[in-house]
Design a protein. Structure first.
Length: 582
């Protein structure tokens, strides 16, 4: 029975020296040649990493997995499949499945060029979360009967938790969304976990609960400073962190990259954090025909990077700056930085970087510019890297049943077309700027959201002002006092059905078109002042409202106005025509 296997190994070893395509002179590296045999239930980590070493010897190269299941185990030495500085690499899984044991990143690419990963599934042997039924709750603890498929033990950490309606299998409307509140866990009996909190519990027996043992920290794919990355026909069933992280890359294409709970398992969660987290990328960013279901955070966060605050003005060309959470995101020589006042956040100046030096572990950076800075540059002014923005195209994607938002857009030149959003506990698509905590940059422009549908979004944690919005939350949770934080925003032919707050919310925009949108059953249970209107607009100018349909009789019980103009609107620049229900 072993003769055929030996033959496969011999052929695979021979194939290492033979080009697959003579025109491209691509080498083929088969993981079976290094001992990674599918479906044998053995640990394949060392064999796959040996195959990686062979890939590093020259490119173009294709790393191939014969179809089947492979076990990979966290070695404690970093990502399982790590490649740096390699060009022209294809990883073809042939519809294989990688089963991961332990918290780790699977694929890590640094400074690579022309990388393709295709035809692969990724799962964890033990999901990084647990599900169960709350059977008792009192004082500062509650007890969970954890379902058998999630083995538990005393002392398991819990980074976040949410309660679930056992009937709908959705997170409860206005339910719990708790982080960093679990002090310890105890095992009371087989699969019965006591969860001790740092506050009095409000959870009720009978509900289900999802306990995230890991929230951030790992990824199925991590790419930094790479170019021309393509991932196609890949499914991530779960991951202790994010599905795909792209940082400071140029040209990323995701085609049928799905982050979804494993079918027929009853799992409510896939990634414990974002499906996609894309920061400071350039070139073209394409996301097509993807499904994102059951994440513990956003389907996609697409941002220019992080705001840096000026800590000291050293001389007329130099400042010291850092991020408020001490996260490093230093600019590079040649990058253009935009300067804004923290209370307004409308750029008042630009300057090109000549040099940047990280001075300390707390993220302090010395940034020098090519020319003298404006005299008005002051302490606490915010810097956004305007050079790190991509041409974003998202089409025919589905987002459903996740905690938090669908898409966060903090970028320039973006089209979201023909996507569906269902049961997102927070907003569907937010074009947003926030300088209160994460301080993610920056102001957006030329953003089109069209032909999308939003059903039952923005009903739970973290609940926001609207389903579809372009707005900002500034330091001290203040609203933008004037337009031009965002510009050239178009929301067209979208359908919004059911929201506890507003259907559409606009703040701080110069150049807005709302055309052909339909809103039904907004304002069902407002939690924000802006949420009592189907459409809320403030601090904006050059606005067109055209051919929208908002029937007052088909809205929530707490609708105050169909359209409400808040402070700071230059209504003389508004054009309103052909709408129904206004």
């Amino acid at each position: 029975m072993y003769a055929p296997i030996i033959g496969v190994i011999a052929i695979s070893v021979l194939s290492l020296a033979l080009p697959v395509d003579s025109a491209k002179t691509s080498r083929l590296v088969d993981v079976a040649a290094f001992g990674a045999m599918p479906n044998d239930d053995k640990d394949d980590t060392a064999a796959v990493q040996a195959a990686l070493e062979e890939c590093k010897k020259g490119s173009p190269v294709t790393l191939r997995f014969p179809r089947g299941r492979y076990k990979l185990t966290n070695t404690g030495k970093g990502p399982l499949i790590a490649l740096n500085g390699i060009d022209d690499l294809t990883i073809d899984g042939n519809d294989s499945e990688l089963i991961i044991d332990g918290p780790t990143t699977v694929f890590s690419f640094g400074s690579c060029r022309k990388v393709i990963v295709r035809n692969l599934k990724i799962d964890w042997a033990r999901p990084p979360f647990s599900q169960g039924k709350v059977i008792a709750a009192e004082g500062n603890h509650f007890d969970v009967e954890v379902f058998p498929e999630y083995p538990v033990s005393a002392g398991m950490s819990v980074g976040a938790l949410m309660d679930v309606d056992p009937r709908t299998k959705l997170y409860k409307r206005h339910g719990l969304d708790l982080y960093n509140c679990v002090t310890s866990t105890e095992l009371l009996g087989p699969q019965v976990l006591r969860v001790n909190l740092n506050h009095q519990t409000t959870i009720r027996p009978g509900v289900w609960v999802v306990l995230r043992h890991y929230v951030y920290g790992h990824a199925a794919f991590y790419c930094e400073r790479c170019s021309d990355i393509k991932v196609e026909n890949v499914t991530v069933y779960t991951v202790p962190g994010m599905g795909f992280i792209g940082k400071h890359c140029r040209n990323i294409a995701l085609e049928k990259f799905d982050v979804v709970p494993r079918p027929n398992t009853g799992r409510l969660m896939s990634a414990t954090a974002d499906a996609l987290h894309l920061s400071g990328n350039t070139g073209r960013l394409t996301i097509r025909n993807c499904e994102f279901t059951g994440m513990g955070d956003d389907a996609a966060n697409i941002k220019m990077g992080l705001f840096l605050a000026v800590r000291e003005r050293v001389d007329d060309r130099t400042v010291l700056a850092s991020h408020n959470l001490q996260i490093l995101d230093p600019p590079e020589p040649g990058n253009v930085m935009e300067f804004s006042r923290p209370d307004v956040m409308v750029p008042y100046a630009k300057a090109r970087v000549s040099k940047c030096e990280v001075l300390s572990k707390d993220g302090l950076q010395r940034i020098e510019f090519t020319r003298p800075l404006p005299t008005e540059v002051a302490i606490d002014d915010m810097l956004a890297n305007a050079s790190r923005t991509a041409k974003v195209r998202i089409s025919n994607c589905v987002v459903r049943n996740n905690r938090a938002r669908g898409f966060l857009i903090q970028n320039r030149d973006v089209v979201v077309d023909g996507c569906r959003f269902e049961n997102c506990t927070s907003g569907g698509v937010w074009v947003v700027m926030e300088t209160t905590y994460f301080c993610e940059a920056g102001g957006s422009r030329d953003v089109f959201v069209k032909n999308c549908t939003f059903d039952n979004c923005n009903y739970g944690g973290p609940i926001g002002e609207c389903v579809l919005g372009a707005y900002a939350v500034l330091r001290g949770n203040k609203r933008p006092p004037q337009p031009r934080l965002h510009s050239s925003i178009v929301f067209e032919n979208n359908v919004i059905r059911r929201s506890d707050n507003a259907g559409i919310c606009i703040m701080g925009v110069d150049g807005l078109v709302l055309r052909g949108n339909t809103i039904e059953w907004a304002c069902e249970n407002p939690t924000w002042p802006e949420g009592k209107s189907a459409i809320y607009i403030m601090s904006s100018r050059n606005v067109v409202l055209e051919k929208n349909t908002v029937n007052p009789k088909l809205q929530g019980k707490d609708l105050n106005r169909v359209v409400n103009y808040g402070p700071g609107c230059d209504t003389a620049t508004f054009t309103i025509r052909g709408n129904e229900g206004f």
